[in-house]
Design a protein around this ligand. Structure first.
Ligand code: ADP
Ligand code: MG
Length: 463
C-alpha cells in the first residue's frame, strides 16, 4: 500500500515540481512508515544531505500530497537519515500519545470529516504556497494569462467566467492556477477554494459512484467560491464524469462562482469532449501561454535562484537560459541540478561548473530525442497499421498486440508518464499501459523471436 502511495506521490511531484526534482532528490527516498494512529509519516532518505535538502525544501509538498493520498489531515512528516531506525522510538512515542484524549478526538473528527467529504477535502491545503503571483515572472509570452488570472482573483465570478488558460507543458499554467487560489485565500480566508487536478476529480467522482455518494460529491462542489481545475484535457472520453461536471459547472456558473481551467489544448482541440461542455469551456476568456523569450527565461532563473538563497550572475543566467530551450520546468530543473552540484561538491557557482553540469544533461537529451510519433510510426510501419488504428477500441488480437508493443516502447524509450502514453493512444486509463508493458516484458522473456523483433524495432527507432 505504501509503495503505491509513494508512486502516486512521485507522479504528482513530477507533475507539479518537475521530473528533475524526482530524479535528483526523491529517487532513493522511501516512504518508510505511516503511523496512522498518531498521524505521523516517516520518510527515509539515503543520506543526510538529501534528508536535509528535502526536509527544508519539500516538507510542504510532502504534507499536502501525502495527507491527501493517505486520506488524513495535517500529518506530521518526519525525515530520517539512513541510520535512523523508526520503530522502537516510534512505538514508544505512539503509546504515550495514544493516551491523550485530544488525539483520539482529532482522529474521530477526521473520520467524520472524511465520511462526509468524499475523498477528503482540505481545499486550502492543496494550494502550493510557493506558486503565487509574486513568484510568477511576467513576460510577453504570458502577460495575457497573468492579467486575466489577476483580474479573476480580484473579482470573482464576474469578469471572465470561466477563465481557460492553455499552453504547452511546463509553461506556468499550474503555477497561475495556484496563484489565483493563494491570492483569494490571502484576501479572504473564509472563501471556499478547491484546487483539483482533473485526474483527481475523475477519481473522486468514480469513488462517489462506487460508495453511493454522488449527492455528497455534488454538494461539495456546489459550495465552492472558486474552483480551480488543472489539465481539463484529461476529461476527454469520460462521458459520465463530463456529465457530472457539466451540472456542477452550470450550478457554479449560475451562482456566479468563479471557475478556472488549464489545459494543454484549446477546448476545440480536446478530443472526446461533449459539445455542450466544450462550448461552456469557451464561454468566458480563453488565454494562452507561449514559450518564454530569452529575457523572461533569465528573469525566471534569477528569481528561482533567489528563492534558493543563491544569486546568479548575468553571465550564468544567460548561459543557462540559452541552453534550455523552451520549457520552464526544465529550466528550473537545470538550475536545481546546478545548485545541488555546487552544494554537494562544495564549489562556488562558476560558468565552468554550470557548463559541466549542463553538458551531461544536454548530452543525455541529445541521445534520447525520441518522441511518441517516432515510436508509433515505426511500430505501425512494421505491422502495416495506421496510428488511427491504434487509437481505436478495436480489440482484435493482432491490433491489441501492436498497441501493446507501441505502449511498451513508449514507456521504455521515453520518460513520459503512463497517463500521457495512454492518452496519446486514446486510452482512458493508464492501467492499460501498465498492463501492456508487463505483458510485453513477459513475452520477451519467453519468446526469443519476439524479443529479437522488439530489439529490432528499438534499433530502428534509435537510428
Ligand atoms: P504547466 O502547468 O504549464 O505544465 P507549471 O505551472 O507546473 O507548468 O510550471 C512549471 C514550473 O515552472 C513551476 O515550477 C513554475 O513555478 C515554473 N514557472 C513557469 N512559469 C513561470 C513564470 N512565468 N515565473 C516563474 N516560474 C514559472
Ligand atoms: Mg500543470
Amino acid at each position: 500500500m505504501l509503495k503505491s502511495v509513494w508512486q502516486d506521490f512521485l507522479t504528482i511531484v513530477k507533475e507539479e515540481a518537475g521530473s528533475r526534482v524526482v530524479e535528483t532528490w526523491l529517487k532513493a527516498v522511501v516512504l518508510k512508515e505511516w503511523d496512522q494512529h498518531h498521524n505521523v509519516i516517516y520518510v527515509e532518505a539515503p543520506n543526510v544531505f538529501v534528508k536535509d535538502w528535502i526536509e527544508s525544501k519539500y516538507t510542504d509538498l510532502f504534507k499536502v500530497h501525502l495527507s491527501r493520498l493517505l486520506n488524513t489531515v495535517d500529518p506530521k512528516i518526519i525525515f530520517l537519515g539512513p541510520a535512523q531506525v523508526t520503530t522502537p522510538a516510534l512505538q514508544q512515542a505512539g503509546q504515550q500519545q495514544a493516551a491523550t484524549p485530544a488525539v483520539a478526538e482529532k482522529t474521530a473528527a477526521q473520520k467524520t470529516k472524511h465520511a462526509v467529504m468524499v475523498g477528503g477535502v482540505q481545499q486550502l491545503g492543496r494550494l502550493n504556497p510557493s506558486y503565487t503571483f509574486e513568484t510568477f515572472v511576467v513576460g510577453p509570452n504570458n502577460s495575457l494569462a497573468y492579467a486575466a488570472a489577476q483580474a479573476v482573483a480580484e473579482q470573482l465570478g464576474t469578469q471572465y467566467n470561466p477563465l481557460f488558460i492553455y499552453g504547452g507543458s511546463g509553461l506556468g499554467k499550474t503555477h497561475l492556477l495556484h496563484a489565483i487560489g493563494n491570492s483569494l485565500q490571502k484576501k479572504n480566508p473564509q472563501a471556499f477554494v478547491l484546487y483539483q487536478t482533473t485526474d483527481r476529480f475523475v477519481n473522486e467522482f468514480i469513488a462517489a459512484i462506487r460508495f453511493n455518494k454522488v449527492h455528497v460529491f455534488q454538494e461539495k462542489y456546489r459550495k465552492l467560491d472558486l474552483l480551480l481545475i488543472d489539465d481539463i484535457q484529461f476529461i476527454s472520453n469520460k462521458e459520465q464524469t463530463q456529465e457530472a461536471f457539466f451540472h456542477i459547472f452550470n450550478a457554479l456558473h449560475d451562482a456566479h462562482k468563479q471557475i478556472v481551467f488549464t489545459s494543454d489544448l484549446f477546448p476545440r482541440h480536446i478530443n472526446g469532449l461533449e459539445e455542450r461542455l466544450r462550448s461552456r469551456l469557451e464561454w468566458g476568456l480563453v488565454a494562452d501561454i507561449h514559450k518564454p523569450p530569452l529575457e523572461t527565461k533569465i528573469a525566471i532563473l534569477k528569481k528561482k535562484a533567489a528563492t534558493h538563497h543563491e544569486q546568479l550572475s548575468d553571465e550564468i543566467a544567460e548561459y543557462v537560459a540559452t541552453q534550455v530551450v523552451s520549457n520552464i520546468r526544465e529550466l528550473e530543473g537545470s538550475l536545481v541540478r546546478i545548485l545541488a552540484f555546487a552544494s554537494l561538491t562544495k564549489q562556488p557557482l562558476s560558468i565552468a561548473l554550470v557548463k559541466k553540469v549542463l553538458q551531461s544533461s544536454l548530452q543525455q537529451k541529445k541521445e534520447q530525442p525520441i518522441d511518441f510519433g517516432k515510436i508509433t510510426q515505426h511500430v505501425c510501419r512494421h505491422y502495416s497499421y495506421k496510428l488511427t488504428d491504434l487509437r481505436t477500441h478495436n480489440k482484435s488480437k493482432e491490433l491489441s498486440l501492436v498497441r501493446q508493443v507501441a505502449m511498451y516502447l513508449m514507456k521504455k524509450m521515453t520518460d513520459k508518464s503512463l497517463r500521457e502514453i495512454g492518452s496519446y493512444l486514446g486510452r482512458k486509463d493508464h492501467s492499460t499501459v501498465l498492463y501492456a508493458y508487463d505483458k510485453v516484458n513477459k513475452q520477451i522473456e519467453t519468446d526469443k523471436q519476439f524479443k529479437a523483433l522488439i530489439h529490432q524495432l528499438e534499433n530502428e527507432i534509435l537510428n
